[in-house]
Ligand binder design. Sequence first.
Ligand code: AGP
Length: 627
Amino acid sequence: MCGIVGYIGTKQAYPILINGLHRLEYRGYDSAGVALLNDKSLNVYKAKGKVSDLEEAAKDKDCGGVLGIAHTRWATHGEPSVTNAHPHESESGNLALVHNGIIENYAILREQLQAKGYHFQSATDTEVLVQLIEYYENKHQCDIISAVRYALNKVIGAYAIVLIDKRQPKTLIAARKSSPLVIGIGNEENTEFFIASDASPIAEYTSHVVYIDDEQIVKIELGKEMEISTLQAEHVDVDVTEIDVDLNMLDKGGFPHFMLKEIFDQPKCLEDCMRGRLEAMDKRLKIEPENIQYGINLSAVKQYRAQLMNAHRFIIVACGTSWHAGLIGKQLFETFCKIPVQVEYASEFRYRKPVIKEDDVVFAISQSGETADTLAAIELARSKGAFVFGIVNAVGSSIARNSNTGTYIHVGPEIGVASTKAFTGQLTVLTMLALTLGHEKGFLSDADFSHYTEELSKIPSMISKVLKQNEKIAEIAKTFTYAHNFLYLGRGWNFPVALEGALKLKEISYIHAEGYPAAEMKHGPIALIDADMPVLFVATHHQEYQKIVSNMEEVKARGGRIIAVVTEGDEQVSEIADQVIEVPQTLNFLAPLLSVIPLQMLAYHVAVLKGLNVDMPRNLAKSVTVE
Ligand code: AGP
């Protein structure tokens, strides 16, 4: 979704802003713009399309200035166009503003402002906001911070904004509500500040950041300490945090696409996820185990043992791929901890009247940590007294900060819109959690616990083995680019994998794909099967193996074409299927960590063969910060 970058300092702002916009491209967008302030003028350049189109539009123009704001827009109000792109300017041209989020009461405010003589160029809600700030400045003859405060108290909705005032060439103003904003503090005191909607455009310049909280306004003035206040004009102390972002993770590292790199990064990422937490992994990595007493060391579990052990129910809230991880989490918690688990789409949960109790633990799973629905779901859960546990990738993100506690998945920034390494990272954390709690509760013997953790530690090297089949999977993909529809079937542990495989294909190849529990096929989808409908079976060895073989026979009997993901050495399925991809043998509950890998690769290769934009598929955003 929309991305924001701002800079004020001693260097030229334009290259820093453009670099930042490139870093934010992964979020998904359809236009971009920049506003630069120098002693002569406030210059605003915009373009429909990519950041490179913006660079083209700004070529040969005055791009000087040490202060600027920039934006990538993902259209909500008004089509993608130059006019609707941000920054938007006020009537007088004194103010320029970039905005993420949605101003819900923009239509009425716009009418009121029009009645007072304000003119609008765009169809956006953002332009209403910048005009409203100017209106209050004129009405109350006040300073710009007060005008921002008046305006933000009037609007309903979500926002992260950054504002430039032409008359104040040393000042940037920002504010947020339900949309993230982070400020980077340059290495020399008060001489340089960065601002962005996530840390990725900032990380290469500084590791010192300040996360702005909801309903806070920030004034950044060169040469001075930054000032933070609330919408009620109360002072807020500045809380500086240190971030640690691996810059290599922000680059493609020789791969043609981020998605492929992230698929191939998974062995290393899962090692990182388990390092210092899983004793068996530390032994494998030959690193001195750090105080690991019980085989798995999750600090959140130690610290909040009572809440987790005494819970009567777990509720998992998430969206998309993270919801699929939640479905596997349910099976893990039910199997090992014998506790009832509900898995909820955050978007539905927040608007139902769910029964939430004080002894419920709500797990929020999110790669970005900024998904608006998941954030709202945990706010609801907390308001009912439930304990919220975040399973999040983006460090310092809103969900991480709004949870009571949590475990980061630590797989590094995920840039490709289609989630890959975050999914396997989420599964790894869920597995460690379920094994730890199951063992603590006495449902897992010491012997089983240690066997299971040992097997979990082998997963990264097993994934490396699956990745060796990349070329074979690319070949298989060639056979299926013709397809308009695809069915993904799996049972038990592999049913959520089927859902995830179908989602991956849909997202990046635009082929309609449905995931189903294999046994449900005969209750409807079987009607669709013919020679033009490839069916992918996730058929690794587990207790329902024979049943899934029967489901395959049913497809074959109707002329369907079958691709199957099987366990190494499988002979029965290979007899029936047209194409077979092998994954190593592991324990049932660990199978999804392996069986999902070929599905990620298949989706990737089909999309590449179709010539599509794999990392930034149409209409999709990486971080869904609006509902
Ligand atoms: C995954 O490939 C998707 N892009 C999407 O479904 C995603 O998982 C969903 O939007 C949730 O995002 P989150 O994990 O950042 O909360």
